[in-house]
Design a protein around this ligand. Structure first.
Ligand code: CA2
Length: 147
């Protein structure tokens, strides 16, 4: 079965708890549950992670070279700063979907330009928690194209 690693960056453990006007009321645990359900429908196996630490995210991206067939990453605040995560993504050699819950292009100037998008196969933003469901379908399609 194809394997999709889902990575969540700093502060996403606070989803549903703080700033619901921006990030909504859905918790990361609820998102994990919807990812598990969608993985079953899409016929892929997922691993789901969250870390507040840049190096831990780099380690997980490196492990995806052996442990995954595609990567979905919501890099959160590291989207706008992390050359270390960019380098790890560039070395992955597998489909990468960069995901944001909010529409980063409609945000303030600090949240508009992701330095990681150049390494992504595709970028999904602004769909809310449904973006994770869409990203799992897209990852399955990128691993095994149906058309
Ligand atoms: O929309 C997204 O998914 C973001 O990646 C979330 C990041 C933000 O820096 C990006 O611009 C867009 C921030 C995640 C912080 O999550 C929080 C959740 C609740 C309360 C506080 C922060």
């Amino acid at each position: 079965m194809n394997r999709v690693m889902i990575l969540n960056g700093p502060n996403l453990n606070l989803l549903g708890v703080r700033e619901p006007h921006i990030y909504g009321t859905t918790t990361l645990e609820q998102i994990r549950a919807s990812c598990e359900a969608q993985a079953g429908r899409a016929g892929v196996k997922i691993s789901f992670h969250q870390s507040n630490h840049e190096g831990a995210l780099v380690d997980l991206i490196q492990s995806a070279r052996q442990d995954a067939d595609a990567l979905i990453i919501n890099p959160a605040g590291y989207s706008f700063t992390s050359i270390a995560i960019l380098d790890a993504l560039k070395a992955l050699g597998k489909p990468i979907i960069e995901l944001h819950i909010s529409n980063i292009h409609a945000r303030d100037k600090y949240h508009r330009h992701s330095v990681l998008s150049q390494a992504a196969t595709a970028v999904i933003c602004g769909l809310g928690p449904y973006g994770y469901v869409a990203a799992i379908n897209a990852a399955a399609e990128l691993i095994t194209p149906t058309s």
